[in-house]
Design a protein around this ligand. Structure first.
Ligand code: AMP
Ligand code: MG
Length: 504
């Protein structure tokens, strides 16, 4: 069925081949609603990720044309697509919502890439689904481009995250507080299965569906566990391990997801649904950007405890699969979830050691890290620049501007002396340590003031030049790019406090 006023769905004479193999739709009947995207008036590609298309084994050249516009708007799902909206529940800001589901996202299907990895191709903003509740099923161009940019920046930083394949404008308006240009985002993910997907079936005490889901997740994401004893308990361990790694990586680059509800936590271990996310400039562990996170539940430093809270909800869904004796299952699962604290801590400390160029572990390392962080907090030092410039200082070539960020110079100099002694004890040259630091401490993150600037140009003036340039700079975040120094600079003093919105 066509939207009123829309031209006939554009059916390309030649169609791009997607080697779809839709295992979720095929194996998990009852876990989704079949629903076609709603066609849009006049789709136009504003950004396309040709490199990712190639990795997925798609015909990038063909997709860059109006054929791609028709496909990525949902107007002409390619042959073999089996469009569905997935069911899930979730705790939003701690409150359980029994039915969420894909309210504005439609999974076209799965393709197996050149690397052998199976990935979902999902259209976000493709029209209403049975899970839309009061929403319109649509997305606006600004948030779509924002997700595009941040997804690709995360990927380039080496952090598992959903990817961006395409952004198309629809030629229609969406109404939020005002009329905005509509867009559809094509998202690529290892899967879209969330903690909330498990919660949807746990709520119904539907152990048979839970078992099918857990088996599917093991086969798709953790195949090594298939033959293990008590494989569902090992699944809990494996998901915890990936989340501990993931959240510690967020912490290493100052990333604040913003809305780590259980429905926004993927069991694959990828960063997903980061609508109101942002990167911290000045170091403050209590940083919150999301306008709806009034209590700071998802503040920078709260992300690990919140991940643990979410994993406790995940563990609860697995109880009937872990042991028939519920009390016993609770005891086992509780012990595992409590262990997340130490698991995360070891990843975090390992990451921080790398940021400081430390090759080995020593007893006093955590205190050394914490002392630096405390000074950074007191001085509101820039998180990204501090670590980047420390690497340069290590070899004596740093600008004085780093020292200038600290209020208590004597304390900072004392710390520097202890750090250099500590580096010396590792037995590798300062040059080697400094080089290692530059490989883990990015020069470039998506700076909030620049993201806003690039999006304003793109959305209000249709000028994609800054967006393109920023995307390109952020694709090599660890390389010094002197010609692009402005993308490394902290916000101007008049930028003020930054607020983000959920992007619906
Ligand atoms: P999110 O905050 O993006 O993770 O979304 C939370 C829930 O709201 C999910 O079930 C979404 O599918 C749904 N949702 C968000 N925006 C819309 C929209 N514009 N129309 C329909 N459902 C939406
Ligand atoms: Mg979500």
């Amino acid at each position: 069925m066509l939207a009123k006023g829309a031209p006939d769905a554009y059916v390309p004479a030649m169609t791009a081949q997607f080697a779809f193999d839709n295992s979720f739709a095929r194996d998990l009947e009852g876990f989704y609603a079949r629903i076609a995207p709603t066609p849009v008036a006049s789709p136009r590609i504003v950004k396309f990720n040709a490199a990712l298309a190639e990795e997925l084994g798609l015909d990038a050249a063909m997709l860059q044309s109006e054929i791609g516009a028709a496909i990525f708007s949902g107007n002409a799902p390619p042959p073999g697509a089996d469009p569905i909206a997935m069911a899930y529940a979730g705790h939003q800001f701690g409150h359980f919502v029994p039915q969420l589901g894909d309210g504005r996202a439609i999974l076209l299907g799965e393709v197996v890439g050149r690397d052998g990895i199976r990935r979902d191709i999902q259209l976000k903003g493709a029209g209403p689904t049975p899970f839309s509740r009061r929403g319109d099923g649509r997305a606006a161009l600004g948030p779509v481009l924002r997700e595009y940019l941040i997804s690709e920046a995360m990927h380039a930083l080496g952090i598992p995250a959903t990817r961006a394949l395409a952004a198309v404008t629809t030629g229609e308006e969406v109404y939020r507080e005002r009329a905005l240009p509509g867009a559809v985002f094509t998202r690529v993910a290892r899967s879209h299965i969330r903690v909330g997907t498990f919660q949807f079936f746990a709520l119904r005490s539907d152990v048979s569906s839970l078992t099918r889901l857990a088996d599917y997740v093991i086969a798709r994401h953790y195949p090594d566990l298939a033959d293990r004893e008590n494989k569902y308990l090992t699944l809990l361990d494996a998901v915890m391990e990936r989340q501990a790694q993931l959240v510690s990586r967020w912490m290493m680059v100052g990333f604040i997801h913003g809305v780590v509800n259980t429905d926004n936590m993927a069991v694959s271990g990828e960063t997903i649904d980061f609508g109101p996310c942002a990167f911290m400039d000045a170091y403050d562990p209590l940083t919150v950007f999301s306008s709806i996170d009034e209590m700071g539940r998802y503040a920078y430093a709260n992300q690990a405890p919140i991940a643990q809270w979410n994993l406790a909800r995940f563990a609860e869904t697995l109880l009937p699969l872990i042991d028939a004796d519920r009390e016993k299952a609770i005891a086992i699962a509780t012990e595992r979830v409590v262990g997340f604290t130490d698991l995360f801590k070891s990843h975090w400390l390992g990451g921080m050691r790398a940021k400081l160029g430390l090759a080995r572990a020593e007893e006093g390392d955590e205190a050394l890290v914490q002392d630096l962080l405390d000074q950074m907090q007191a001085s509101r030092a820039d998180f990204t620049l501090t670590f980047r410039q420390l690497g340069e200082l290590a070899v004596g070539s740093a600008p004085e501007s780093l020292r200038g960020q600290f209020l208590d110079l004597a304390r900072f100099d004392g710390w520097m002396a202890r750090w250099k002694d500590r580096l010396a004890r590792d037995g590798r040259s300062l040059q080697d340590a400094a080089a290692a630091m530059q490989r883990v401490n990015p020069a470039f993150i998506p700076r909030n003031h620049l993201v806003e600037d690039a999006l304003a140009h793109a959305v209000e003036r249709g000028d994609m030049a800054m967006f393109e340039e920023m995307l390109s700079v952020l694709s090599r975040p660890y390389d010094a790019q002197p010609a692009h120094a402005r993308y490394a600079a902290p916000p101007p003093l008049d930028f003020g406090p930054y607020r983000t919105f959920c992007g619906t």
